[in-house]
Every structure is written in C-alpha cells, then in structure tokens.
Design a protein around this ligand. Structure first.
Ligand code: ATP
Ligand code: MG
Ligand code: FE
Length: 348
C-alpha cells in the first residue's frame, strides 16, 4: 500500500510517499519540502494569505518531485492523505483540496490526518523507532503537551501549556533579540556562546506538581532583562556577549521546565520510554539534558530525525499509513472535504 501525504498546515509545503506493505513500520520512499520561511521573514511571522497562495504554487511540483524520486507514477498511489488540522484554515484547504482532487482523478480514497499525530509518530521513521507505550513530549510552534501513548490512536493528554507554546517562547524571545523569524534555531545558535547562568529568568509552574506549562511570562521577563541591560549601557544597546547570555539564559529556562515536566509524566505513568516530537525537539540543549536525565533513570528517549522535527509531508503519510494498518481509519472515496483549524488530538 502506497500512501501519498500532503502537509500544508502552516508555512511548509511537504509531500511524501510511504510504503505500508505488510505490518511493519511504514517505509519512507521519498519526500520533498518547500519552506516559506524566507517569504514570511520580512513580516516577522507567517502571513496566512501568502502562505495559502504559496502552497498552491508548490504542492504539485513537490508531488512530481516525490514521484520521480521514488520511481513511481501517480496511479501507483493507493491512498492520498492530507493534514486536516489543526492549522491555518486557508493553508489547510489547499492541501485538502489538492488531495481530494487527486483522489477523485485517480479513483483512490483520501484520508485527513491530525497534524500533531504526524509530529508524534515521526520518530517511527528514525533508525531506532520506539515501541508502545510511551510518554510523548510534543513541543512545537503552537503546542506543548505531554501525552500517554498506548498505541496508534490512543492518546491521553497528561498536561499542556496554559498559554504560550515552547516554540512560541523561543520565537518571541528571539524577536526581542532582533533575531529573524522563526527565532528558535537562531536563539539556540547564539546561546552556544552564552552563559546560561548569567541571568535568572522565571520557570513558571516548575513546582506545580502537575505536567502543565506556562511560558507567557518568560518573554516579559526577557524583555525586562533586555531593558535593564540597555539602560545600563552607555550606547543603549546590548553588547554581543550580553545577547548571547540572554539567549543562553532563556533557553535554559525553557529546557529546564520541559525536562522536569517530562520526568514527572514518566514518574506518574511509570513508563520507561519517552518520545520527543515537534520543532523544538531539534534543540540540542533539550536533547542533551533529556538524554542525561533519562539515562540516570533508565528511560529510553526517541527523537525524530533532525530534518523531520519541523513540519513535513513524511509524518503525514506515516500517520495515515499507521492508522490504516491499525484498522483505525476509513479512507473515503468522496468529492467533499472539511478542514479542522482547531482540533484536539485526544479527540482524533
Ligand atoms: P504546530 O505543529 O504546533 O502546529 P508548527 O508546525 O509551527 O506548530 P513546528 O514546525 O513543529 O511547529 O516547529 C516550529 C517551531 O520549532 C518554531 O517555534 C521554531 O522556532 C522551533 N524550533 C525549531 N528548531 C529549533 C531549535 N533548534 N531550538 C529551538 N526551537 C526550535
Ligand atoms: Mg513551520
Ligand atoms: Fe507542526
């Protein structure tokens, strides 16, 4: 069974083909991605209308690239999967519209996939795939959640952020340091040359005893710290070392909370396996600290391949294939479709 996956929920157009013959983990045959980051950078964030228009331009050429990359043709595709939500409504409609049109033209069924299920299952495409059950730390641009995952489709929310996501905290703090959008990776880069102990920033809810998060206050604390330094400097600007120190201190605050809450969720569930997914899962400091803390507790940690941490089509094709293998999904042969810009994974 060949599943074509199309991702278009935000600012990346991703297309991929996976082979889900048999009952093993589906195999990624080929994938192609176009990031719109440079287009949105001038605006400091994603412009929804521009995102939709660009998805329209990219999705078919990327599909061609994936087919030629895997030596297949469109009629070899058995199921066309697409991200149904959550995400930007207009952007989602492009992927859904194209997927349903392809399905109709090829007389093949289509399947809408939950974007976060894609992130969550993406470590199954790595060389060392996890086994169920596990605790999942989902850390992306729009979500920060801890879940108990017993099987494909069995997702119990243990806790989540009450305000900003971890990726958002990275991006908003990075913006205060005049770093380009999305700032997470740039902030991490600056932090390499900084002292993480230089400034004491808040770790909200660290001791709440619950696997919940709050990051909205962090950007205010970062702003206050930056203002303080600016006022103390004769030129009103931060010197390079201070910028690196602010970046390192910010990263340390976010990472400490993510690690502590992951350990709490592992302890509460008694599980010995942690899966990290989403864009912030690419953060090296987070990986190093989770690896160290989990090694001490004999917990195995699994990550997606670095290039599959942020949005991509491979995770969408994979999630669809795993749902189909598990008998959980009914792909539909139909001409209509609906997107779900807001959609709870636990309800998917
Ligand atoms: P969602 O999946 O919740 O809808 P999204 O798709 O925008 O949101 P992802 O693509 O999973 O999110 O991840 C993007 C986020 O990951 C951005 O906030 C980005 O700054 C962050 N990010 C990527 N790489 C790193 C890194 N190395 N360190 C910190 N943050 C990072
Ligand atoms: Mg993105
Ligand atoms: Fe995402």
């Amino acid at each position: 069974m060949l599943v074509l996956g199309i991702e278009s929920s935000c600012d990346e157009t991703g297309v991929a083909l996976v082979d889900a013959s048999g009952s093993g983990v589906p195999r990624l045959l080929s994938h192609a991605l176009h990031s719109q980051i440079s287009m949105h950078q001038a605006y400091g964030g994603v412009v929804p209308e521009l995102a939709s228009r660009d998805h329209i331009r990219r999705v078919l050429p990327l599909t061609q690239e994936v087919l030629s990359g895997s030596g297949r043709v469109l009629s070899d595709v058995d199921v066309v999967a697409y991200t149904q939500g959550p995400g930007l409504a207009g952007a989602l409609l492009v992927g859904a519209g194209v997927a349903v049109a392809l399905g109709a033209a090829l007389d093949r069924p289509t399947l809408g996939v939950h974007h976060l299920e894609g992130h969550l299952l993406s470590p199954f495409l790595s060389v060392d795939p996890p086994q169920f059950p596990f605790v999942a730390l989902l850390v992306s641009g729009g979500h920060t959640q801890l879940m108990r995952v017993d099987a494909v489709g069995s997702y119990e929310l243990l806790g989540e952020t009450i305000d900003d996501a971890a990726g958002e905290a990275f991006d908003k703090s990075a913006k205060l340091l005049d770093l380009p959008y999305p700032g997470g990776p740039h902030l991490a880069e600056l932090a390499l040359r900084g002292d993480a102990q230089a400034y004491r920033l808040p770790r909200p809810l660290l001791h709440s005893g619950q696997p919940d998060f709050s990051f909205a206050g962090l950007k205010t604390a970062v702003l206050t710290q930056i203002r303080r330094l600016q006022q103390a400097n004769a030129d009103g600007l931060l010197c390079e070392q201070q910028r690196c120190d602010v970046a390192a201190s910010t990263q340390a605050a976010i990472v400490e909370v993510l690690v502590k809450k992951s350990l709490l969720a592992l302890q509460d569930t008694g599980l010995k396996r942690l899966v990290v997914a989403g864009g912030v899962g690419a953060n090296k400091q987070l990986r190093a600290q989770l690896d160290a803390a989990c090694a001490r507790r004999k917990v195995r940690v699994h990550y997606p391949e670095l290039h599959l941490c942020t949005d991509n089509g491979a995770m969408i094709a994979l999630a669809a294939a795993m749902r189909l293998q598990a008998g959980l999904a009914q792909p539909t042969l139909q001409g209509s479709f609906a997107v779900r810009p807001r959609w709870d994974l636990a309800a998917a």
